[in-house]
Ligand binder design. Sequence first.
Ligand SMILES: C[S@@+](CC[C@H](N)C(=O)[O-])C[C@H]1O[C@@H](n2cnc3c(N)ncnc32)[C@H](O)[C@@H]1O
Length: 259
Amino acid sequence: MSDNATEEYDGRMLTLLQMVWGEGFLSPGGPQAVREIMSGVALEGKRVLDIGCGLGGLDQVLLTLGAAHVTGLDVAGLIVEMGQERIRRAGLANRIEIKLVEPGPLPFADNSFDIVFGKDAWLHIPDKAAHFAEIHRVLKPGGRIAAGDWMKSPGPYSRDMEYFFEMEGLTYHLVTLAEYGTLLHAAGFVDVKLEDITEIYRREAQDELARMKGELAPVMLAELGEAGNAHFLEDWRSLTVVLDKGELRPARIWATKPA
Ligand SMILES: C[S@@+](CC[C@H](N)C(=O)[O-])C[C@H]1O[C@@H](n2cnc3c(N)ncnc32)[C@H](O)[C@@H]1O
């Protein structure tokens, strides 16, 4: 694993993730996952920032839910190029802007956005206190975070978790849900609501593994070859292990910058 998380998702990984999670999606749950994060969040006419936007599939869902404009940021050049191309082809370049950024401070003025969204991307960010401080800065007063992210159980990573990270070839920086809440409060957020959805994704990941061994097997073999197919089956098996143990804990997060 590299310390530089910017270009860790290679073409093979991007192909596999979209086979399992859908075209334009690099995280689980598809459009329904975005709807669930946004239920109770007024999006009509709002300007949204999506940090770690990936290929922009979720940004298209945000538009269908009423957002006026989405700015998507990502640190991976390949992903940003592919995402920009998808959005151009969909004829949405005037409403979704995908930008390549360096990790670190956000390139926006204070009070620029109504909503900051992120889905299963902030798990790659080591300094969450600085990240939440930046989100607080660029949100308008009264603006909201609505996001999904992956957490961990308390204590050091187990060997199973380290093995899962090795299989992924990605750098994860996970904290517990309680630590996440503490960090959000420390950054100045109020109305912090955290929902652990481990049980939901635990079952979905088992279904995903079954699909990979079943209906997706021919296309996985064709696209990834024998070795790639075997690698990703083992990667997903290791994912189900850490979900079953309750050590990897997906969650939904909401928080508000005081008006
Ligand atoms: C699991 S993917 C999720 C992408 C997208 N949110 C989705 O659900 O399809 C994680 C994304 O976070 C991006 N990423 C990693 N570190 C980042 C950072 N510091 N700032 C912004 N994006 C980052 C990766 O390049 C990748 O596109």
